[in-house]
Design a protein around this ligand. Structure first.
Ligand code: NAP
Length: 541
């Protein structure tokens, strides 16, 4: 049984409703329980895990190292759990999340199969009603949106989609049953992190694989490996220290000491190449941290991009395919680099070919396959790996109505605005974990989630102690923070790319650089400062 609402308001079903049972929702529930709040998690899925529940496509794996991409809040948990590989697969991450839910007895307060449709503020009583598909309504003091940054897949909208007579799959809604692609002629559309992982994996089974490729993305080698007992023992011995350090870093995990940290232009070409070689061999997404100025200086960036291009050209045998894969239209790192295990090598397989869509776009899906402006491709299976309506998609899918009947959809019609990525003026007592304006997707998500959850839990405890019933962002503070987020991204190369960070991947979505680029450690200083100064920028009443 859940405890009674600590606010002792008989009209409340719970103190807090948390939407989403992924990493964020589970930790929020655990934290609130510790503080004596009654809380309930709602999730549309039939299991916990959030993005790791849904994204079960072949090859799905995380490109932040497993021992960093995991909760740090419990030393016992991190000592007990052992990761098998440097980069964990989706099934292993899902098992971990399920383990956490059981270990901390969270499942009894998680209501699955519950799609939240409408969230409405009652300003007379300072409470929220949360309406579910099917008609159930729950009333609470606070709502925490733990709805994830990459949880609403971009669905295909190609002409003729429904006419296709073969099998088709959306990567973010992959079926729970086995999909046998053996010997089949498979088309994959999309070459982001998802498409690249799918391609590398499916190529081993498919009779023929055609990758429909529009914009080349930089992909860096994971250098994945099994983690042996010795490594794990050493890592765990220093785990606490590693996590402390992680909280002060930009990325939410320590980067290897081989990174030089200086300007790429201050060193000679040979020394620069040695640094790139070392970071390439070490593997993972940290390549863009090889030098301090890669993401602020085009000239510096060109040196790194040139190195990666030469690596790709050395791997891919067919010159036309290598050309298509290396005709980058954005600086390295200004779209999220992919991390792969043998992606470029895959194009040397006889059963794999790349269909370059830039001058020959997809016109329609036909009963037999895909027709581009110049060619037709017969296929047994089409896999859509088209990305996500990132960061705002899950929030705006719900009908969220704040004070005075204002809809979040209207408030954000020119782009999202939130104070510290956590809360919005006009939406009292409603919070977003890793919302727009926080480091979130530019960092290790699990550390970013812990940072937000812990700060929010402190705030709610403070409110409880002080008899505060209403917490709301000050409009001026929210605007100033949102402007700051834009200003610091404008000082970098990031806005030059059409990335999902800017909303550019969704037709009609306002173009705003959404995450806070200053890094997890700097953001922690901001959060601490706001708290220490009595929660500046928030009205507590
Ligand atoms: P994404 O990076 O947005 O890539 C979507 C791909 O679909 C792009 O290549 C895009 O081409 C293509 N596309 C979209 N609409 C299309 C259309 N109408 N016609 C042709 N192509 C189309 O999405 P994602 O691969 O799912 O990755 C999103 C993020 O999820 C990643 O950046 C990462 O943060 C996370 N993720 C992480 C991992 C990991 O940890 N390893 C794995 C998967 C995902 P254009 O670029 O030309 O639009």
């Amino acid at each position: 049984m859940s405890p009674h609402p600590t606010s002792a308001d008989p009209d409340l079903d719970h103190d807090v409703i948390i939407v989403g049972a992924g990493f964020a929702g589970l930790y929020m529930l655990h934290k609130l329980r510790e503080l004596g709040f009654s809380a309930r998690v709602l999730d549309a899925a039939s299991g916990v895990g959030g993005t790791w529940f849904w994204n079960r496509y072949p090859g799905a794996r995380c490109d932040v190292q497993s021992f960093d991409y995991s909760y740090s809040f419990s030393e016992d948990l991190q000592q007990e759990w052992t990761w098998s590989e440097r980069y964990a697969t989706q099934p292993e991450i899902l098992r971990y999340i399920e383990h956490v839910a059981e270990r901390f007895d969270l499942n009894r307060d998680i209501q699955l199969g519950s799609m939240v449709e409408a969230v409405t503020f009652d300003e007379v009583h300072t409470r929220w009603s949360v309406g579910l598909e099917g008609g159930e309504t729950l009333v609470c003091r606070y709502v925490v949106m733990a709805t994830g940054c990459l949880s609403v897949p971009k669905r295909p909208s190609f002409v003729g989609l429904d006419s296709f007579e073969g099998e088709s799959y959306v990567s973010g809604e992959w079926p729970h049953h086995d999909v046998d692609l053996t010997g089949k002629r498979v088309g994959v559309i999309g070459t982001g992190s998802t498409g690249i992982q799918l391609t590398t994996t499916i190529a081993k089974d498919a009779g023929e694989l055609l990758l429909f490729h529009r914009t080349p993305n930089f992909s860096l080698p994971a250098q994945n490996r099994p983690l042996d007992e010795h490594f794990t023992r050493e890592m765990k011995a220093g785990y606490d220290q590693r996590r402390k350090e992680a909280r002060t870093t930009t990325r939410g995990y320590p980067v290897p000491p081989i990174l030089s940290g200086s300007s790429a232009l201050e060193v000679g070409a040979e020394q620069r190449r040695e640094v790139y070689e070392a970071v390439w061999s070490n593997g993972g997404p940290v390549f863009t941290s090889s030098f301090a100025d890669l993401l602020v200086s085009q000239e510096a960036n060109d040196t790194a991009a040139g190195f990666v291009q030469s690596k790709i050209r050395a791997i891919v045998d067919d010159p036309a395919t290598a050309d298509a894969l290396t005709s980058f239209d954005h600086p390295l790192g200004t779209r999220r680099p992919c991390v792969d295990t043998g992606y470029y090598e895959t194009f040397n397989r006889p059963n794999v070919s790349l269909v370059d869509l830039r001058d020959d776009p997809i016109i329609e899906i036909t009963p037999a396959g895909i027709r581009t402006s110049e060619r037709s491709f017969d296929l047994d299976v089409i896999v859509f790996a088209l990305g996500f309506d990132a960061m705002t998609g899950a929030l705006l899918r719900m009908d969220i109505t704040g004070e005075g009947g204002v809809k979040l959809r209207d408030r954000w019609s020119d782009g999202p605005s939130a104070y510290l990525g956590l809360t919005m003026a006009g939406f009292p007592n409603l919070f977003t974990i890793t919302g727009p304006g926080s480091p979130s997707v530019l960092t290790n998500m699990v550390m970013a989630i812990e940072q937000h959850v812990e700060w929010l839990a402190d705030l709610l405890e403070h409110a409880q102690r002080e008899g505060v019933h209403r917490i709301e962002a000050d409009d001026t503070a929210e605007k100033a923070w949102t402007q700051h987020v834009v200003d610091i991204s404008d000082a970098t190369l990031f806005p030059r790319a059409n990335s999902w960070w800017t909303g550019a991947n969704i037709p009609g979505k306002p173009r705003v650089f959404m995450p806070y680029i200053g890094g997890l450690g700097t953001f922690q200083q901001v959060l601490t400062d706001v708290k220490d100064r009595g929660y500046t920028g928030l009205a507590l009443s």
